[in-house]
Design a protein around this ligand. Structure first.
Ligand SMILES: Cc1cc2nc3c(=O)[nH]c(=O)nc-3n(C[C@H](O)[C@H](O)[C@H](O)COP(=O)(O)OP(=O)(O)OC[C@H]3O[C@@H](n4cnc5c(N)ncnc54)[C@H](O)[C@@H]3O)c2cc1C
Length: 285
């Protein structure tokens, strides 16, 4: 069977093509996941709908309330953006450690979310940043919080006709510290075994708000709000950090796979959460 390749010039055109072909069409962005899936015969679409010609999908924008990241931004573009380095350093850190330089040049942020592979780096940071995904489909636009967008292994809330049009990150208070720590078990270019993102709004030594996400250890990245709340209006002392790290390790149900057993991941979650909290509290990691 031949595979058609469409290059619509606008989001409405892309949605029209997707609506016409339904599950026989597949959106393609950088292609790092789609091409592998085609080669391995995991998917067999009749039509690829490329987003490459659609203008402004690789923009970085700011308004009063939020930072807007276009889905076609490559990992490399996110990493190199002075605005992201300054405002969202943990996202720059996460994109900088994706795969290798060839992958980072090609792989897009929207494709990373659309693929929904649990062993990914950026989603944990985006979850800790309270990001939402703006999707464009036949009825128009809808905004989906990331926690409701990533549903499970390779599964998102996108319908077959919808395209990710924007990734929206609400503005943060000035004194917000953040970090992303990736732990790999196999090689320097590998996907994460565990990734931890911590975002803490500090008032001197007092933590006013903590958001802590653990990625790559479970089907979708996780935050445990009850445990994050332990840090609210508290000094992040060694004792409190130990308590939070222990409770995250006990509160998650990690996966067992080639990158690490559930037991091993649990140890890593405890250690990496501890390191991340020390980093955001200004203490030695
Ligand atoms: C060798 C290798 C190493 C890797 N290492 C890492 C790693 O260390 N960490 C990590 O996080 N990731 C890693 N990845 C995964 C990589 O980040 C993803 O494959 C990439 O981000 C997907 O982006 P893409 O633009 O290539 O997407 P594509 O392959 O084009 O698409 C991926 C999926 O998303 C959908 N899609 C793409 N864009 C949109 C959109 N705008 N709207 C709706 N759906 C869309 C497609 O239909 C498809 O289902 C690795 C991949 C490879 C091949």
């Amino acid at each position: 069977m031949t595979l058609a390749y469409l290059r619509p010039a606008s989001l409405p055109e892309a949605v029209e093509a997707l609506s016409q072909y339904g599950y026989d069409a597949k959106v393609i962005a950088g292609g790092t996941a789609v091409v592998l899936m085609l080669q391995q015969k995991l998917i067999a679409p009749q039509v690829l709908v490329s987003l490459v010609r659609i203008p402004f999908l690789d923009r970085i924008g700011v308004d009063g309330q939020a930072l807007h990241l276009g889905p076609m931004l490559s990992m490399d573009a996110v990493t190199r953006s002075p605005l992201i380095q300054e405002r969202l350093p943990a996202l720059a850190q996460a994109c900088a450690v994706v795969g290798n330089v060839r992958i980072r040049n090609q792989a897009t942020l929207g494709g990373n979310l659309g693929h929904a592979d649990y062993a990914s780096d950026p989603p944990a940071v985006l979850l800790a940043l309270d990001a939402s995904v703006l999707v464009y489909g036949p009825p128009g636009k809808r905004t989906i919080p990331l926690a409701d967008f990533l549903l499970g292994f390779y599964t998102t809330a996108l319908s077959a006709e919808e395209v990710i049009a924007d990734i929206v990150i609400p503005s943060l208070p000035l004194d917000t510290q953040m970090v992303y720590l990736k732990y790999r078990t196999r090689s320097s270019e590998d996907r994460p075994c565990v990734g931890v993102a911590a975002v803490a709004t500090m008032d001197g030594k007092i933590c006013r708000d903590l958001r802590l996400a653990v990625g790559a250890a479970t089907e979708v990245p996780q935050r445990l709000a009850r445990i994050e709340a332990l840090a609210q209006n508290q000094v992040l002392s060694d004792e409190l950090i130990d308590e939070i790290a222990g409770q995250y390790a006990a509160g998650l149900d990690p996966l067992d796979d080639l990158r690490g057993s559930a037991w091993y991941r649990r140890q890593l979650i405890r250690v990496q959460v501890k390191r991340a909290l020390k980093a955001v509290s200004g203490g030695p990691g």
